[in-house]
Design a protein around this ligand. Structure first.
Ligand SMILES: NC(=O)c1ccc[n+]([C@@H]2O[C@H](COP(=O)([O-])OP(=O)(O)OC[C@H]3O[C@@H](n4cnc5c(N)ncnc54)[C@H](OP(=O)(O)O)[C@@H]3O)[C@@H](O)[C@H]2O)c1
Length: 504
């Protein structure tokens, strides 16, 4: 669809995409715009079709009109007349309940007709954009209906959303359940963080630049901070969030993905198995807090009423669909150690929360101070140690913070930032991640998807925390909406002579 010449090797092969939950929020906000973005960039084969499945009664035409109105509202830049027509010719809808055999019978007939019409050559992905309770049942129904059988007539892949389990036991059970129908290489467990440009750039930064490699260990690094903070509250997802909480929602998945990219050894290649083998080793090396240390090393908080951007905000317990007496955490900060040769002795401080002062995802690599400096006799303030800041969002980029001499006769120093910003340099803002991940799935490239052992290792690393909280719920701290979280989270670092860093 793009006017630029497209390298035919980058265009996907023919396919049918079946989206379960096609009338839902994720499909509307992320999946459909991601497909438009791939078409705009000329990356989709002309031989494809999308079939949405959801409960609501709609005809194909009504679904196309809904998509058009959603696109106009949410991604008007992508909604050109050319792309609108391109998708109108390829969008279909089936109304049905995921839990009935009748739906899969009807699906069979529709898949057959649509695949023939669009020459999809038997290739199909099934995207489970549904509540997690449907993941297992839909996979079984797909298997029973013969959709998951791969042969010379094409590939079959299933994309599974998060959350993948609630803890180690449920994640193991879900893995076993879907692996009884699908082989591991047909399963694409999505973590949209991994589709983000800056996240992928962590590996490039580390492994393609000689200057960082020698410094990337406990010899030079003092500690690492990973912050994923949101200004949003629970919005319309209070029911889901109240059952999940900040730890489950963010730590074993998104935050650990960032942690593995920072912590992993150099893989033999960027291929899916080499990359994921190294990432999973980091997860296995995480030394979680001992049960007796959970209270002091893991801070859990919940927002009270406060104000943000000049507007007052209600307390978490007063949000829609949240239990008034809820003890679910909306904030968590923790200190972890990675026990291997490279990282022994370097604490990793992680924090995430809702209704905080700023929306940002940032990794700070804080370097050690030089063992000796010749400035003792001069009147300079002690300088901050060097820092490398990887900004995942917003304002995606990388900064280096270092000390420099302030111009003038007297010797004075100041910390300055050397900035690289994606949008300034490349003239375009990195995409949401879903487009990259859909594209990779269409090409059978699984590097940025989570393997079964990675998911389980992530849950294993937070198991003691989940168990300690389940046994004793009294540890909940409060913080006002619009702040940086509970004071206890500041103390977690202050005890070690450190503090949370925030860049803008
Ligand atoms: N929304 C996000 O931004 C986001 C981000 C990350 C991950 N996720 C994950 O993505 C998944 C989907 O989330 P969502 O926010 O899109 O949920 P959602 O808005 O509730 O959408 C799910 C859709 O499933 C349909 N549905 C429910 N029960 C059904 C049944 N028995 N048979 C057929 N259709 C049924 C509903 O369709 P009708 O409307 O037709 O009744 C609903 O629109 C969840 O696992 C969520 O955790 C979402």
């Amino acid at each position: 669809m793009t006017k630029e010449k497209v390298n035919p090797n980058t265009v996907t092969g023919p396919f049918l995409g079946v989206i379960f939950g096609a009338n839902g929020d994720l499909t509307k906000r992320k999946l459909i715009p991601a497909l438009f973005s791939l078409a705009r960039d000329g990356l989709l084969s002309r031989d494809f079709a999308i079939l949405g499945v959801s409960l609501k009664e709609m005809t194909d035409q009504q679904y196309r009109e809904k998509v058009a109105s959603d696109m106009q509202e949410l991604a008007p830049d992508l909604f050109t007349p050319e792309l609108q027509q391109f998708f109108e010719e390829r969008l279909y809808y089936l109304s049905g309940d995921f839990t009935t055999a009748e739906t899969f019978g009807k699906l069979h007939a529709r898949v057959e007709t649509i695949s023939k019409k669009h020459h999809t050559q038997g290739n199909a992905f099934f995207y489970l954009a549904t509540a997690p309770g449907f993941f297992g049942p839909i996979v079984h129904s797909l298997g029973d209906a013969g959709f998951t059988r791969e042969n010379e007539n094409g590939w079959r892949r299933v994309i599974i959303e998060k959350p993948f389990g609630r803890d180690l036991t449920t994640a193991r059970a879900l893995n076993a359940d879907i692996q009884s129908v699908l082989s591991e290489d047909q399963i694409y467990r999505i973590d949209h963080y991994l589709g983000k440009e800056t996240v992928q750039n962590i590996a490039v930064l580390r492994f393609a630049n000689g200057m960082f490699q020698p410094a990337w260990s406990n010899l030079f690094i003092d500690h690492v901070q990973i912050s994923v903070t949101e200004t949003l509250g629970v919005e319309h997802r209070g029911g889901y969030y109240d059952q999940a909480g900040a730890l489950r929602d963010m730590v074993p998945n998104h935050i650990f993905q960032l942690l593995t990219l920072v912590g992993m050894e150099m893989p033999l290649s960027f291929g899916p198995e080499d990359m994921r083998n190294e990432q999973v080793k980091v997860l296995h090396a995480i030394h979680p807090p001992k049960p007796g240390d959970v209270a002091s090393e893991v801070i859990r908080g919940q927002y009270a009423a406060g104000s943000l951007d000049g507007e007052s905000r209600v307390a978490y317990c007063d949000e829609h669909a949240v239990d008034k007496k809820s003890t679910t955490e909306t904030f968590v900060a923790l200190k972890l150690q990675i026990e291997n040769q490279r990282w022994a002795g370097v604490p990793f401080y992680l924090r995430t929360g809702k209704r905080l002062a700023k929306r940002l995802t940032e990794i700070v690599i804080a370097f050690k101070k030089p063992p000796f400096t010749p400035f003792r006799e001069t009147a300079i303030d002690p300088l901050e140690p060097n820092q490398l800041i990887i900004r995942i969002q917003p304002n995606e980029g990388i900064s280096m913070r270092f000390g420099t001499k302030v111009p003038g006769t007297l010797l004075k120093m100041d910390a300055v930032d050397m900035d690289f910003c994606y949008a300034d340099h490349f003239g375009r803002t990195p995409a949401t991640g879903y487009d990259r991940l859909l594209y990779d799935c269409l090409r059978g490239e699984a590097t940025l998807f989570r393997r079964a052992d990675m998911v389980e290792a992530g849950w294993r690393a937070v198991e003691t925390v989940q168990e300690a909280w389940a046994a004793d719920d009294r540890s909940l701290c409060s913080y006002p909406a619009g702040s940086w979280g509970p004071a206890e989270a500041e103390e977690l670092l202050a005890r070690d002579g450190r503090q949370w860093k925030v860049y803008e």
